[in-house]
Design a protein around this ligand. Structure first.
Ligand code: GAL
Length: 431
């Protein structure tokens, strides 16, 4: 009996999810936002080659993730494996995977915890073992995005969804290959409560759309606590409101809230809106996964996604930003966020989602709420988009443009806010 009890204890101790990955939000590129189903080996490979040439790998963008629509509509009738579409991948997916690895990137793929993927290709429900084996051993992938379409009614409670996603989690672990596991369950069934026990990250909303704040009936939920359809066509501000209260569920020990791939470079927003989008995703510790055509990227968009200081904040391993206040303004809100980084420094972000320029005063008692000692000190503020600096104590005044962010690192380490050639080059761009 004792050995049974010990075995149970052992199983219990070993069952916390740890595949050695996800200590920081993942960074990379995903094909869906820009290319949808128009993918093939040329699209994926030319993206990887261009990302290498642009140095994006060195900035941390390491996963190249191929989303839906790579397969034939039918599984192999004998092996029951998913089969790659030979028209799209004449050299096969393993060849593509090898080439991506040779460039120094990691390779990611997609499936759904349903009978079909969202675009109607074979899904992995009830085929978890076979598919995990194909992904790990036939195609040598390093990342799986796992969707929620056609789940045959296996949803509606956390337990049912947990079991469906856990089957793939276990199957991936059983392959022995480290595979980053990224849930795409759209925030249903309180995924933030159980995602950390079987995966590295979890989507918290319906699909992102390249739009700042447009209302859309196809994305009917306004908050994370939503009984209805999560849908798609969700604006940046819609996803932001869902993500902010869920920050407390994310950490280097559990995993990350996924606010969906970035839209920077896809053309639907202004430069200042894209800077806001990138900054907010970074401080909320969302995965930073590019979703544009990097082969035709403008210098401005490149400068946005390669802001080293903001990437460093995202990759710091500390928890997501807290929102310290939100104040109504014309056509939107002023929001104050703070991040406490692992080295003890603080980042302050002011975000104006409204339609007019605003003057505002920020009190240190709000930045350091509940910490009078820190609120009493003086700090040097370095703004991470303009490189402007000032020193202040107790409070500071600033103005902030419509649909804009300002983000200051207080007592910023020299490597991020110094005057290195790299930084000054970055700040040459006019916004
Ligand atoms: C959606 C998912 C998208 C994309 C798409 C592919 O459910 O949220 O990110 O993967 O399916 O069909």
């Amino acid at each position: 009996m004792l050995w049974l009890a010990l075995l149970a204890l052992n199983v219990c101790l070993c069952s916390a999810f740890d595949n050695g990955l996800g200590k920081k939000p993942q960074m990379g590129w995903n094909s869906w936002n820009k290319f949808g189903c128009d993918i093939n080996e040329t699209v994926i490979l030319s993206t990887a080659q261009k990302m290498k040439e642009l140095g994006l790998l060195e900035y941390g963008y390491e996963y190249i993730v191929m989303d839906d629509c790579y397969a034939l509509k039918q599984r192999d009738p004998v092996t029951h494996k998913i089969v790659e579409d030979p028209d799209k991948f004449p050299n096969g997916i393993l060849d593509l995977s090898n080439k991506i690895h040779d460039l120094g990137f990691k390779f990611g793929m997609y499936s759904s915890a349903g009978k079909y993927t969202c675009a109607g290709y074979p899904g992995s429900l009830h085929y978890e073992e076979i598919d995990a084996d194909t992904f790990a051993n036939d195609w040598e992938i390093d990342y799986l995005k796992y969707d929620n379409c056609f789940n045959e009614g296996n949803s509606g409670t956390a337990k049912i969804s947990y079991e469906r996603y856990n089957n793939m989690s276990q199957a991936l672990l059983n392959t022995g290959r480290p595979i980053f596991y990224s849930l795409c369950q759209w925030g249903e069934d309180h995924v933030w409560d159980w995602g950390s026990t079987l995966a590295n990250s979890w989507r918290i909303s319906g699909d992102i759309y390249d739009n700042f704040d447009r209302y859309d009936d196809r994305c009917p939920c306004e908050t994370y606590e939503c009984p209805g359809l999560q849908g798609y066509s969700c604006s940046i501000n819609n996803i932001l409101e869902k993500a902010v209260p869920l920050g407390q569920k994310a950490s280097e020990f559990s995993g990350w809230n996924d606010l969906d791939s970035l839209e920077v470079g896809n053309g639907g927003m202004t430069t200042s809106e894209y800077k806001a989008h990138f900054t907010l995703w970074a401080i909320l510790k969302s995965p930073l996964v590019l979703g544009n055509d990097v082969t035709g990227m403008s210098d401005e968009d490149f400068a946005i996604v390669t802001n080293k200081a903001i990437i460093a904040i995202n990759q710091d391993g500390s928890r997501p930003a807290n929102r310290m206040w939100k104040r109504k303004t014309e056509g939107g809100y002023l929001h104050l966020f703070t991040n406490s980084l692992n080295n003890g420094t603080t980042v302050v972000t002011l975000y104006n989602s409204g339609d007019a320029v605003k003057d505002t005063t920020v009190e240190f008692s709000d930045i350091f709420f509940g910490d009078k000692k820190s609120a009493a000190k003086s700090y040097t503020f370095s703004e991470l988009w303009t490189n402007d600096t000032f020193t202040a104590e107790k409070k500071f005044k600033t103005d902030i443009g419509e649909h804009s962010v300002k983000i200051w690192w207080l007592d910023c380490p020299e490597e991020y806010c110094g005057t290195s050639e790299d930084n000054s080059k970055r700040f040459d761009f006019e916004y």
